[in-house]
Ligand binder design. Structure first.
Ligand code: DHB
Length: 309
């Protein structure tokens, strides 16, 4: 039994897509809806449609991925329409990722969703790393706090935030102190890609993606230990909130690790991009097999029970 109940929602599996992967078009979203994923989340949306950065803007290596997509998306009204038409009673939960270019844009988008009173869950992206010249809110905690204060002046439903990875214990403390001020902030998703990596092709003596002279967000195997550390550290610091695990999940073993570290649910990014929605069946079966071998019948049997030495 892989079911998860949280935010008043029922999920048959803890696995779903990481925002950005398989979720930009209605066609993508419908493929996610038809898959065995436990939920789906949309591509981060902006006020206006965006084409994104020049290609190539995504590249996979043996160990993971690099991307600098530049927020290609159809604009928030497209995802608002999808959320308006979604048959919530007969489908998996729907999450909407929001990544306005400014605080004013974020507030306008969130207000538009608020006015429709839809049962989808908003996830505010504090960690979009691929806008040249823009710092990300997750690394500017006073700005993040101000944004959350403005959101909570009117938004009256549970919501989440997507976080960048943190690498310093004092930053876990400072970030958690901000998030703990907001009761309706019910969960954080850890982690977005590890920002501004550089993949080099030895034969070509070249970078592999065009934007930012080759710099991009790193995902896949490269980021698993960082994502697990962020999950475990935020679980410890955010009592009464949930942590969604994201980073380096490609089999049942990594999904198990995230949940053992305390994750309520687990997102799949790089692996989903490379394998397609069949990854959800495979990873779920591997997770079930691993649980059976260990004598666990449900996720609560081991969630957050990571041992220390
Ligand atoms: C993009 C990348 C991200 O990591 C993110 O959180 C949002 C958008 C992008 O480049 O499209």
């Amino acid at each position: 039994d892989l079911s998860v109940s949280w935010l008043g929602l029922e999920m048959k599996s803890p696995l779903y897509n990481a925002s950005g992967v398989m979720c930009r078009s209605v066609e993508d979203l419908e493929a996610m809806r038809a898959s065995s994923a436990g939920a789906l989340i949309t591509k981060s949306c902006t006020l206006e449609p965006r084409e994104g950065n020049p290609e190539p803007r995504y590249f996979a290596t043996k160990l993971g991925t690099i991307n600098s997509m530049g927020l290609p998306n159809y604009g928030y009204q497209y995802y608002l329409d999808y959320a308006q038409n979604y048959d919530y009673a007969n489908n998996k939960p729907l999450f909407i990722s929001i990544s306005g270019m400014t605080l004013a844009d974020n507030l306008a988008i969130i207000k538009a969703f608020h006015e429709r009173e839809l049962p989808c869950i908003l996830e505010v992206n504090l960690s979009c790393p691929n806008l040249p010249g823009k710092p990300q809110l997750g690394y500017d905690l006073p700005a993040a706090q101000n944004a959350l204060e403005k959101i909570c002046e009117f938004y009256d439903r549970p919501f989440g935030v997507k976080l960048p990875p943190y690498f310093d214990v004092s930053h876990f403390d400072q970030a958690a102190e901000v998030f703990n001020r907001f009761d309706l902030l019910k969960y954080v998703t850890c982690i977005n890609s590890v920002g501004n990596g550089l993949v080099i092709d030895v034969d070509a003596e070249s970078v592999v993606i065009k934007p930012k002279d080759g710099l991009g967000g790193i995902g896949g195997d490269y980021v698993l230990p960082t994502s697990l550390a962020n999950v475990r550290e935020f679980v410890r610091r955010l009592p009464g909130k949930q942590v969604v695990g994201c980073g380096g999940v490609k089999s049942g073993a990594e999904a198990f690790m995230h949940i053992l570290a305390g994750a309520i649910t687990v997102q799949v990014g790089s692996c989903l991009y490379e394998e397609g929605v069949g990854a959800f069946d495979r990873i779920a079966q591997e997770l079930k097999d691993l649980m059976a071998a260990k004598g666990y019948s449900k996720l609560d049997d081991f969630r957050g029970k990571l041992k220390t030495l």
